[in-house]
Design a protein around this ligand. Structure first.
Ligand code: C2O
Ligand code: CU
Ligand code: CU
Length: 508
């Protein structure tokens, strides 16, 4: 499958300042940091939710031993921010005060929707990706607030154990805010998962992947196009990948089973993760929780926004040094100790049933195209969902409690990771289509076989890779809350430039 990667047709960019050469940096000298677990400011008691307070602010942090500290805008004082670790069924309240400086340090494009010049530059709003929350706590892109302001958001956590993540969602500058560091993990746990006795505590390690362009001065760089007063570029690709905020970190592990919770928090990069000694990942979960049973994968593919829950068993790798690589590029090193240890954790062959949503239960199918609009020299200017822009009237209005099939028809040459807020869904299938028939005659012609989702995608998802020239179908039950949400491409440059639409769950 063709994946969005560096493309020949990216707009020309103005010369970048000198950037670091990652393979000239001393590798594996910094220990892998683990984001701290957020502590409530008021503990939860029966009938009252735990309260947290996580400020959005500027700080400096070292991404590598040999680089000066990097300026970030993020949550608390680290990138990723503090991890919210919560129980299913127990509501929490988080206050997210905006303490950012007034001026943005990355290039805002005022031509983009919702990014007009008169608006405060350092607006922010927090969304928990994958959380089932009422609309007023979902971080609607237009619900941003300026420095000096704050919001209390309620998270009911009525959902299965899963790795979610929180990140900025401010209209028109989302790509810049997340790039600046506004992202963190949100882990939901439940009794079912506890009962499986998976590796936990120090044997459960989060890995947050974010690629960045980093200057020789250690600073984040975001390129601009060569079009005057239109700095937007179609996709951001870094020259280095931060893992939990470090370049080329190492972690020492024991020769036993570990659970890794992996998030692709990059703007546009897809990862294909390998273990250098040929060891395989045992994938046990995806975006919205556990798979029915573990799946062996040798290349772990993650689009922006996607998560993978994996087990690695190091018991036969005593004393080895294993690199996690993205294709050929090393990202970090796992140093397996020589000690003899006991491992009482398990990896059950049955994890959690994922009952199939029946196609026959769908009230309707929506056909939604993905199109790219190019400028006169063939560079992408914008991408649209079903030919509509953000400010066009809402057209997707599923009834609360109903099930729908959404069929994405991708006429572009890129994969787009499409994400829906509020709901979890299942991938039904993918099938090649005749792109010309759709573009010129508005006709859907299938030109190949139906392809089932891969076993590692065959669980509950909230983000789906819609492959080029394909129909990709998902099925979702619109449960939880009525109100206004959004669906969008999770390539953040696309999302900020019209590849996002509101949708509304209407009461039945
Ligand atoms: Cu990861 Cu609209 O979000
Ligand atoms: Cu989301
Ligand atoms: Cu896209």
């Amino acid at each position: 499958m063709g994946m969005a990667q560096e493309k020949a047709h990216l707009p020309p960019v103005t010369p970048a300042p000198p950037l670091i050469v990652p393979n000239h940096l001393a590798p594996f000298v910094d220990p892998l940091p683990l984001p701290e677990i957020a502590k409530p400011i008021v503990a939860g008691r029966r009938g009252s939710a735990a309260r947290y307070r996580i400020p959005i602010r500027e700080f400096y942090a070292k991404v590598h031993r040999d680089l000066p500290p990097t300026r970030f805008w993020g949550y608390g004082n680290s990138v990723p921010g503090p991890t919210l670790d919560v129980r299913s069924g127990e509501e929490i309240v988080v206050e997210w005060p905006n303490h950012l400086p007034a001026k943005h340090f990355l290039p805002i494009d005022h031509n983009l929707m919702g990014a007009e010049r008169h608006l405060p530059e350092s607006r922010a709003v927090v969304h928990v990706h994958g959380a089932k929350v009422p609309p007023e706590s979902d971080g609607y892109p237009e619900d941003w607030y300026a420095p000096g302001q704050s919001r209390n958001y309620h998270y009911p956590n009525n959902q299965n154990a899963a790795l979610l993540w929180y990140h900025d969602h401010a209209m028109g500058i989302n790509r810049l805010n997340i790039l600046a560091g506004m992202a963190g993990l949100y882990i939901v746990r439940d009794d079912h998962e506890d009962g499986l006795n998976l590796p936990k505590g120090e044997f459960e390690i989060p890995l947050v992947l974010m690629d960045r362009m980093i200057t020789t001065g250690g600073q984040l760089y975001y390129p601009i196009s060569q079009i005057k007063d239109m700095p937007w570029v179609a996709e951001y690709f870094g020259n280095a990948t931060l893992i939990n905020g470090k370049l080329l970190p190492f972690a020492t592990v024991q020769p036993r089973k570990y659970r890794f919770r992996v998030l692709n928090g990059s703007n546009a990069r897809f990862y294909f993760l390998l273990l250098s000694n040929g060891l395989r990942w045992l994938q046990i979960g995806t975006d919205q929780g556990l798979l029915p049973s573990p799946v062996e994968v040798d290349r772990l593919r993650l689009a922006p926004g996607e998560r993978a829950d994996v087990i690695i068993d190091f018991s036969h790798a005593r004393g080895q040094k294993i690199e996690i690589e993205n294709l050929q590029t090393p990202l970090m090193q796992l140093q397996v100790s020589d000690s003899v240890v006991s491992d009482s954790s398990s990896l059950p062959s049955q994890l959690r049933p994922v009952p199939k949503l029946a196609e026959a239960s769908a009230a309707r199918t929506r056909r939604l195209s993905l199109i790219e609009i190019d400028n006169t020299v063939g560079e992408p200017m914008t991408h649209l969902l079903d030919g509509k822009r953000w400010h066009d009237p809402i057209t997707e209005k599923p009834v609360l409690g109903s099930t729908e099939i959404w069929e994405f028809l991708n006429t572009t040459d890129d994969s787009h990771p499409i994400h829906l807020h509020l709901v979890r869904f299942q991938i039904l299938d993918r099938r090649p289509i005749d792109v010309d028939d759709l573009v010129y005659y508005n006709k859907v012609t299938y030109v190949g076989d139906v392809v089932a989702p891969s076993p590692s995608e065959a669980g509950w998802k909230d983000t789906v890779i819609v492959t080029p020239g394909s129909s990709t179908r998902i099925i979702a039950k619109f449960e939880g809350y009525a109100g206004r949400y959004v669906w969008h491409c999770h390539i953040l440059e696309h999302e900020d430039n019209e590849m996002m639409r509101p949708y509304e769950v209407v009461p039945g």
